[in-house]
Write a protein that binds this ligand. Structure first.
Ligand code: BGC
Length: 533
């Protein structure tokens, strides 16, 4: 069999046609609607209790922590009150064993210890002053509020929010699996461990990373148009958008829910990773199905398992191994071998991570997509250095690249589905400069721009007509052409077309979730203060 033909055959299994894009957008809009009306739906559509966005004049020193998927970040953010801020941060990889710890205490006490280390290193005056006061004063009623850091807790998992700093973990995603945390208030879990270390920190706000990204983008995006959507395409994927309060009917039905109604809007966390868990419209190759079976949450996060960085490498690994195991396909084959044992007939080292589940990192897809070197030298070097394949031929590398590209392209085209659906469902395209006024004044700020989406020239679109979307995450930042593939699919949706696609501005809100969490902690503080007055 010709290797190139076989590679193209496998690549074609990852096609996601224009018709499928259109059908999926329709289904996404239907599931959005359903999720706004009741609980227990595929799209959770979680009301976040965040009803306002900052305007750039906010001031103060805040803390934020971010438990994402791969890393735990601790930061302090000085908001200068003129739309700029300074950020100090530290980051640690979350040890694998803590992601599947026996008890939630193990994970949360680790997090509190990182906060303690950060305070000692970067805010030692504040930290030691607090410890001293604890020892020397016995003030009734404790310390004044300004001596305590307000902390925004970015917790990037599905949480049923029941207040600005209270939320119940619905389920884990992205390989985390700690049974006793499900059903508990994650803010309380963190606060307990912070208190056990006597740290001067109060968990003031619970924030999904997509909400943080939306807030940060709204604070810093250029121009006067408010941001509609904050989206993550990284280890996991998800989006939060600005919805009309009237449409969030399940919240209105909840008599105990307390929230500010004055803006008429609320940010809704879609949890789109679980879009179409029933696979009505999502593509499903044998590699997707096998991968799903081997996760801690089969049948859940089915959209995420086709789109996000945690999974793309494993999809590619399974597709490649399926060809390697076929004796008739000359991929990574040792022509001098006379045995039938798959391990000894290939040029893949027996200890190669390619033989192990999750052994192929998604960054490999970006590397090979970006590889324009003669004879795919970079891809072959990477296969040799990182994956124990010392004798990959140019044809081998080309075959892998064709399949990798198909998987990356499918992920990007799938990513266009929620973007298109949210733009359409919120009616943003119906507003044009003749009729629109900006809902959210936003000003230029100082979030550094990454190498990915860069507010690229929507040349002939008037600022009033721009639909602004803030994105973050390794895929959208580092996968070459991810945004272009998204745009191609957006144009295929007739209600959007080329004209609508041009109006959509996609800009990176790098590390926006930290700044966003601080901003929400600030807003939460204000709301609490107003309530006391
Ligand atoms: C989680 C979301 C999160 C997303 C991006 C998903 O697995 O369910 O809450 O926003 O990952 O980090």
């Amino acid at each position: 069999m010709a290797l190139a033909d076989e590679a193209r055959r496998v690549a074609a299994e990852f096609d996601f046609t224009p018709d499928e894009v259109r059908n999926s957008v329709k289904e996404f809009i239907r599931q959005m609607d359903e999720g706004l009306q009741k609980d227990g739906t595929e799209l959770s559509q979680i009301p976040t209790y965040v009803t306002a966005v900052p305007n750039g004049t906010e001031k103060g020193l805040y803390m934020a922590v971010d438990l994402g998927g791969t890393n735990f970040r601790v930061c302090s953010i000085q908001l200068h009150g003129n739309s700029t801020f300074s950020l100090t941060q530290s980051k640690v990889a979350i040890p694998r064993e803590l992601m599947v710890a026996k008890t939630s205490k193990e994970l949360f006490s680790f997090l509190a210890k990182q906060i303690e280390a950060f305070l000692k290193e970067h805010h030692s005056n504040h930290y030691h002053g607090h410890i001293r006061r604890r020892r020397t004063t016995s003030l009734e009623g404790g310390f004044k509020d300004e001596e305590i850091f307000s902390l925004g807790f970015t917790f990037s998992f599905p949480v049923r929010q029941i207040g600005i700093n209270k939320g119940i973990l619905m389920r884990w995603t992205k390989g985390f699996d700690i049974a006793d945390a499900v059903g508990q208030d994650v803010c309380a879990l963190l606060q307990n461990e912070i208190d056990a270390l006597h740290l001067p920190v109060r968990v003031a706000a619970l924030v999904n990373d997509t909400v943080g990204t939306l807030m940060a983008r709204s604070y810093t995006s250029p121009g006067k148009t408010g941001t509609l959507l904050g989206a993550i395409f990284g280890t996991g994927t998800n989006g939060a958008y600005v919805e009309k309060l009237d449409k969030v009917t399940k919240l209105k039905a909840d008599n105990e829910a307390v929230y500010d109604q004055s803006t008429g809007e609320m940010i809704v966390n879609t949890e789109w990773g679980s879009f179409d868990n029933g696979l009505k419209v999502l593509p499903n190759t044998p590699y997707d199905a096998e991968l799903d079976k081997n996760t801690p949450n089969p049948g859940i996060q089915m959209f995420e398992k086709r789109v996000s960085g945690m999974f793309l490498g494993e999809i590619l690994r399974r597709a490649v191994i399926s060809l390697v195991k076929n004796p008739d396909v000359p991929l990574f084959k040792d022509e001098n071998s006379a045995t039938n044992d798959v391990h000894s007939t290939t040029t893949i080292d027996a200890t190669s991570p390619l033989w192990k589940e999750w052994g192929l990192d998604t960054s490999f897809l970006s590397i090979t997509e970006a590889d324009a070197s003669q004879g795919l030298r970079v891809t072959r070097q990477t296969l040799d250095r990182d994956y124990g394949i010392s004798a990959a031929s140019v044809e081998d590398a080309e075959a892998v690249k064709v399949i990798a590209r198909a998987i990356g392209r499918r992920a990007a085209r799938l990513s266009a589905v929620p973007i298109a659906a949210i733009v359409l469902a919120t009616g943003k395209l119906n507003n044009s400069s003749a009729s629109t006024t900006s809902d959210h004044p936003a000003t230029a700020g100082s979030v550094p721009r990454g190498s990915g989406p860069s507010d690229a020239g929507k040349d002939d679109v008037s600022e009033d007509d721009v639909i602004d979307i803030g994105v973050d995450g390794s895929l959208v930042e580092f996968y070459p052409g991810f945004e272009e593939y998204i745009r191609e699919a957006l144009r295929e949706v007739p209600e959007i077309g080329a004209a609508g696609e041009k109006r959509i501005r996609i800009g990176i809100a790098k590390d926006g979730s930290g700044v966003g969490a601080a901003l929400i902690a600030l807003v939460a503080g204000k709301v609490a203060a107003d309530a006391e007055e």
